[in-house]
Design a protein around this ligand. Sequence first.
Ligand code: NAD
Length: 358
Amino acid sequence: MKVLAILYSGGAAAKEEPRLLGTLENELAIREYLESQGHEYLVSDDKEGPDSFFQKHIADAEVLITTPFHPGYLTADLFEKAKKLKICITAGVGSDHIDLNAAVAHQVQVLEVSGSNVVSVAEHVVMNILLLVRNFVPAHEMIERGDWQVSQVARNAFDVEGKVIGTIGAGRIGYRVLQRLLPFNPKELLYYDYATLPAEAEKAVNARRVEDLKDFVSQCDIITVNAPLHEGSRGLINTELLSHFKKGAWLVNTARGAICDKDAVAAALKSGQLRGYAGDVWDVQPAPRDHVWRTMKNPLGGGNGMVPHYSGTTLDAQARYAKGTKDILDNYLTGKEQEPGNVIIGLGKWGTKAYGQR
Ligand code: NAD
């Protein structure tokens, strides 16, 4: 059996730090496991274009493993080529790099290591909210420059306490964000999700569901996006929706870059409609050097908390998703039932309700 993995190159860091398991160099630590059973394990970071390692070897791979941090994009066209493919495993959470409708049609299963990095991301979201609201990045840059002008950064710094904070998507990550924000004494916690939280869960975080998206965004001072990318969420945050945000709201997106319209966000930040935007996910990854989100700023020169896609790939998370990947492989190879929570696409059918209302 041929197992193909698309992972990112970790360079010198991955050689020095073996716990960087999600890298090309450390191969999710499953080579010995696979080869001892006679399977072929091919790993590469070369994933773009018809001559790439990915597109060449997808033709006869039975298993595809890829991380959302450096995704091999499995389009409907590539499914036509992938004649032997049976299972795609996402080493992490978020399988939008795979055309999931095509996976259903081709009877290819898609599994992810659900829950493996949800705490890692929730912590990053809380950090992003704090660094935007408190205007941290410009304050730190001022110190590095050798300057000291308190008023220049304090003029755009606020408290999280007393703000209305809302999450788009209240699943594993969104709910954990709400739990972690509660001790900050927000004015209110809101959520927008077609799935209602169980009453006890809602009560435990004192959250209120708002059913209409425009109504929801118009009430929030701070919005965090925690929904998967699918047909119903692609481009959800666009110029029109941004016009319904409170002027000077903060937006954090660690879900998927393409949920936000890149240029609409940059324009809203420039005009001050958004006071800040932070996250780690981009519409194309790796993001091009000239991607507008790298350098966009609000009118006072701050409000940008962008980093590369790493919130869900802390060393703690990598240990969990590497183990989870091996468990999924093991279930597949031994014919055991998969954990239901990990099944995005089962054999010819959807295994989750989180990728849009169908
Ligand atoms: P989950 O399946 O537990 O929850 C997703 C929730 O979003 C569900 O409640 C679903 O009903 C809701 N939802 C779906 N579409 C929606 C829409 N259009 N509007 C509002 N709500 C919607 O998933 P999770 O574990 O919380 O992860 C969410 C997403 O976060 C993943 O799909 C992935 O894209 C992203 N993620 C990013 C990182 C990272 O490193 N940045 C890591 C893990 C996950």
